[in-house]
Design a protein around this ligand. Sequence first.
Ligand code: ITT
Length: 200
Amino acid sequence: MKELVVATRNRGKIIEINALLAGLVDRIRCATDFEYFPDTVEDGVTFADNALKKAREAVHFTGLPALADDSGLVVDALAGRPGVYSARFAGEGATDATNNELLLNECQNIPGELRHAAFVCVLAFLTPEGTERLFTGKVSGRILSAARGEGGFGYDPLFLVDGFDRSMAELTLEEKNSVSHRAQAFRQFREYLEMVKPGR
Ligand code: ITT
């Protein structure tokens, strides 16, 4: 496909998404490439609501096909929190550091066997012609009791990935992009594009 806008300002996502779209899109643009790109109010109750809203505003603003990733961490013992509030778990102005600190505090009395969690990604693909598609990815793991690793972003240092003896932040970009929630959603998007070949 010739040109696509990725409706995100998250630098960690941008790095991963550029690699995940390699060879599929000639020109990838993202929110930070535009001066007045809309700052979508993410008030949906599901990842899908927010992904669709971000993608819709991006199509409207740019006139280009758009992808939006809404994602987050779902912790079973916290009744699914932080979920859709993952980016601002620690409140307005939250950072990865303050979010991780709060997660550690909230999980401190949860025993190891009850620390199951998952990263979820819902990817919305919308075109100016009216196509709307959603792709979902999920990766399971456990919440660690101390941060491990320097890679990735967000909650990666606190997430022990099932099937690895390492946190998500201890995986290389290539490893994360082979197992992550985002990688799974983008794999489905890639398969979809290969099937419909829009713009070719
Ligand atoms: P955009 O809306 O601009 O894409 P955002 O960071 O606000 O950026 P979301 O609303 O989708 O994005 O919130 C996602 C949050 O979930 C993100 O800020 C992290 O805290 C967490 N998260 C999502 N994917 C993650 C990943 O791969 N590793 C670690 N944390 C992740």
